[in-house]
Design a protein around this ligand. Structure first.
Ligand code: GDP
Ligand code: GDP
Length: 462
C-alpha cells in the first residue's frame, strides 16, 4: 500500500492531521502520555484513497529550539520508508529556520513532497501559503488539520502523487536504456542562435491568468488582430499556434485558453486550466509567464512557473500593463526580488516589464526570449567544466564526514534543453544538499545560465 510520511518540526499539527486521516480508533490508544513513541503507522483514508500514514510526531515541544538529533533521525527513517512525504509548516508561526532543516532532509533524500501549510483556517492562511512557495516544493496546500479544511486539495495532491508513484513503479519494472546521456549535438560548442536565420522557429507559449493581457500581447506582436477576442473566444482559442517573423526571428507562438481564475464552484475548471498550461509546456521551449503589474505572482502564476521548471523549460516573466505603473524603478526592483525569492529554483529568470497595449518593452521581451533559449541550449565543454569544478572545490572543499573528505572526481554535460550535468563523486549520498546547491548556483552564475532550469545528477565514482 502507498505510504505517506507526515513530517515537519514539532507543533505544526502532524499528530492532529494523522488523527484526522486515521480516524479515532487507533490514535487514542497511542496518545497516552508517557508512552514511548517512535514512528506510528496506521491505515488511513481520504475520500476513496486508501493508504498508510506514518507519523513522526511525539517529541516534546521543550526541544523545539534545537532540532534534536532523534527528530532528525526519525524523519529520515520515515521518509525512507514512505512513497511520499507530507511536509507540514505552520501558517500562524510562519516559516522558521527549523523548517529549512526539514526541507533540506527532504531534498537530500529526493523525496516526493507534498507541502501542507497547516493552521490555515479562515483566510489567514493565504499569506503563509504564498510564503511557502519559497521552500521550492511547488504549490503549497493550505490546510486546517483541526477543522478539516483543505482536505479536497490534499486529496487532489495525494491522488496525483499516488498515480505518479504507480506510473514510476510500472516504468521501473521495464528494462530501460542505460541513462540520460544523449549524443552530443553536431555543432558541439556555441549557443546555437544566429540572429536572422535560425533553423527552426523558437517555440514559445504565453501563459498567465485571465486578463493578464495574453491576447493583447500576441496581437501586438503579430501586428494585426489575428487572434480572436470576444465572446466566442473561449471556443476557438484553445491551443492556437501561429508562426511569425518577429524582427528577424522566427517564432511559433502557442496561445492557450489561459489559466482560469480559481473557481470555487468547480474544481474541474481549475484542473482544466492547469492542463491548458501543461499543454503549452509540452510545445514550448520558452514559456512567457505574463503577469499583471497590478497583482503579480498570485498562486496560478507561481504554479505555472513551477511546472515550467519541473518540465525543464526556460522561463521569461513578462510584467504587463506597465503603462499603468507609477514608480517604475522601484516596482521593477521589488517585483524581481519577489519573484526570485518565491521561485528559488528559477533564480535569475528575466523579469521584463511590457505594455501589450502600447507595445512598450516588446523589443526587450524579444531579446529576453532569445537569450533564455540560448541559455537553455547552452553546451559547456568538459574541459571547461572540470577546470571550473577544480576551482570551486579548492575554494570551498566538500565536507569530510567521518574524517574522510568526499571527493568530486569529474563532471560532464549530458544533455541540453535544459542543461543537464552529471558529476561523479566518491560518496554522493553523503554530499550535503547545500553543497550540491552551491555547485548548481555556481554553474548558473559562472556560465551565465540564469533563468533556465539546471539539472545536476550525481553518480558514484571512485
Ligand atoms: P505535532 O507536534 O506536529 O504533532 O503537532 P500537534 O498535532 O500536536 O499540534 C500542535 C498544536 O497545534 C496543538 O495544540 C493542536 O491543537 C494545534 N493545531 C493542530 N492543527 C491545527 C489547525 O489546523 N489549526 C489550529 N489553529 N491549531 C492546530
Ligand atoms: P487575456 O485574457 O490574458 O488574453 O487578456 P486580454 O488580452 O484579453 O486583456 C485583458 C484586458 O487587459 C483587456 O481589457 C486589455 O485591453 C487590457 N490590457 C492588456 N494589456 C494591457 C496593457 O499593457 N496595458 C493596459 N493598460 N491594459 C492592458
Amino acid at each position: 500500500m502507498f505510504k505517506l510520511a507526515i513530517v515537519g518540526r514539532p507543533n505544526v499539527g502532524k499528530s492532529t492531521l494523522f488523527n484526522r486521516l486515521v480516524g479515532k480508533r487507533l490514535a487514542l490508544v497511542d496518545d497516552q502520555p508517557g508512552v514511548t513513541r517512535d514512528l506510528r503507522e496506521a491505515e488511513a483514508r481520504l475520500g476513496d484513497l486508501h493508504f498508510m500514514v506514518i507519523d513522526t510526531a511525539g517529541l516534546e515541544e521543550a526541544d523545539a529550539e534545537s532540532l534534536p538529533g532523534r527528530m532528525r533521525a526519525l524523519t529520515e527513517r520515515a521518509v525512507d520508508m514512505a512513497d511520499a512525504s507530507l511536509f507540514l509548516v505552520d501558517a500562524r508561526a510562519g516559516l522558521l529556520p527549523q523548517d529549512a532543516t526539514f526541507a533540506e532532509i527532504l531534498r537530500r533524500k529526493g523525496a516526493r513532497v507534498l507541502l501542507g501549510v497547516n493552521k490555515a483556517e479562515g483566510r489567514q492562511g493565504a499569506d503563509a501559503a504564498m510564503e511557502a512557495w519559497s521552500l521550492g516544493f511547488g504549490q503549497p496546500i493550505p490546510l486546517s488539520a483541526e477543522h478539516g479544511e483543505g482536505m479536497g486539495d490534499l486529496y487532489t495532491a495525494l491522488q496525483e502523487a499516488m498515480q505518479e508513484h504507480e506510473a514510476q513503479a510500472a516504468a521501473a519494472s521495464q528494462p530501460v536504456a542505460d541513462d540520460d546521456l544523449e549524443a552530443p549535438a553536431g555543432d558541439a560548442e556555441g549557443d546555437g542562435i544566429e540572429p536572422g536565420a535560425p533553423q527552426k522557429p523558437i517555440q514559445i507559449a504565453v501563459v498567465g491568468r485571465p486578463n493578464a493581457g495574453k491576447s493583447t500581447l500576441i496581437n501586438k506582436i503579430l501586428g494585426e488582430d489575428r487572434l480572436l477576442t470576444g465572446p466566442e473566444a473561449g471556443i476557438t482559442r484553445d491551443a492556437i499556434s501561429v508562426e511569425i517573423d518577429w524582427a528577424g526571428t522566427r517564432m511559433r507562438i502557442f496561445d492557450t485558453a489561459g489559466m482560469r481564475k480559481k473557481a470555487r464552484v468547480s474544481e474541474k475548471l481549475e484542473k482544466l486550466s492547469v492542463s491548458d498550461g501543461l499543454r503549452a509546456l509540452k510545445f514550448a521551449e520558452v514559456l512567457v509567464v505574463l503577469v499583471d503589474a497590478d497583482k503579480p505572482f498570485e498562486t496560478q502564476d507561481l504554479r505555472i512557473a513551477d511546472l515550467a521548471e519541473r518540465e525543464g523549460r526556460a522561463v521569461v516573466i513578462g510584467v504587463n500593463k506597465w503603462d499603468l505603473v507609477e514608480d517604475r524603478n522601484g516596482a521593477l526592483k521589488l517585483l524581481t526580488e519577489e519573484f526570485h525569492r518565491l521561485m528559488p529554483q528559477l533564480k535569475g529568470a528575466p523579469v521584463v516589464p511590457v505594455s501589450a497595449l502600447s507595445g512598450e518593452g516588446l523589443e526587450r521581451l524579444r531579446a529576453a526570449i532569445l537569450k533564455a533559449r540560448s541559455r537553455w541550449e547552452m553546451r559547456i565543454s568538459t574541459a571547461k567544466l572540470n577546470q571550473w569544478l577544480g576551482e570551486m572545490t579548492s575554494a570551498h572543499p566538500p565536507p569530510a564526514p567521518g574524517g574522510r573528505r568526499i571527493k568530486l572526481r569529474y563532471m560532464t554535460q549530458a544533455k541540453t534543453r535544459p542543461p543537464t550535468f552529471v558529476a561523479f563523486c566518491s560518496r554522493p549520498d553523503e554530499l550535503p544538499d547545500s553543497y550540491k546547491r552551491f555547485l548548481v548556483n555556481g554553474l548558473r552564475r559562472d556560465f551565465g545560465m540564469e533563468g533556465t532550469p539546471i539539472r545536476l545528477n550525481w553518480r558514484k565514482g571512485e
